[in-house]
Design a protein around this ligand. Structure first.
Ligand code: 2AM
Length: 190
């Protein structure tokens, strides 16, 4: 039987953006006590969560996604505002939004992935795509008034970067938190 691999497809973030986000997160951390904030190394934008799959099924998706190289084009991503899922009233996930240029580029990439993985046995995502960078998770409720107030005055300054590839990332769950490792890099056409 083949090994089971937990993985997802993601846009990697430039080191400078991760550094700036880590500084931003450190300032938010001071306004909360029970929220678990993301580690700098783990920051990314998920394109598709693949969950636990046999290693040979994951191996089979690699050639299918490499083909994107002749179809998909690089694009720009710009960070936007901090938001929360399911909403600001009782936030469970804090995230930073993104905008792509051209505006449909990220959606085209995500839909291309969905279309190309379906024949390989990866079910299409039924929930609408809401691209985001997860910054923190709140499992234990706490008062976020100070956090929202702070954010009004200190938003994360927009940061733009060119997306020239995406990755297949393995997620290894450890007691101290998930550890991510790039299994494969997929270039976008130049
Ligand atoms: P999130 O950023 O919104 O938490 C690795 O866990 C990545 O896959 C995370 O970025 C996570 O999204 C995303 N993901 C999507 N669906 C998931 C699920 N059901 N379980 C775990 N992670 C999921």
């Amino acid at each position: 039987m083949s090994e089971i691999i937990r993985s997802f497809l993601a846009v990697e973030l430039p080191e400078l953006l991760k550094f700036k986000l880590a500084e931003f997160i450190a300032s938010l951390q001071m306004k909360t006590s029970k929220t678990k904030w993301a580690r700098e190394a783990n920051l990314h934008l998920t394109l598709k969560f693949l969950g636990n799959q046999p290693a040979d099924k994951i191996d089979a998706l690699i050639p299918a996604l490499i083909r994107g190289n002749s179809i998909l084009k690089p694009f720009r991503l710009t960070t936007t505002k901090l938001g929360a899922f399911p909403g600001k009233k009782r936030p469970r996930v804090f995230w930073l939004g993104t905008e792509s240029t051209p505006s449909n580029a990220l959606m085209i990439l995500r839909n291309w992935i969905e279309d190309n993985l379906e024949p390989l046995g990866f079910e299409k995502e039924t929930k609408p795509f809401r691209p985001h960078l997860t910054l923190g998770r709140s499992k234990i409720p706490e008062n976020f008034d100070a956090l929202w107030e702070y954010l009004e005055a200190h938003p994360f300054p927009p940061f733009s970067f060119e997306v020239e590839h995406f990755v297949l990332m393995r997620s290894i769950l450890k007691p101290a938190g998930a550890e991510y490792r790039v299994l494969q890099k997929f270039s976008l056409q130049k």
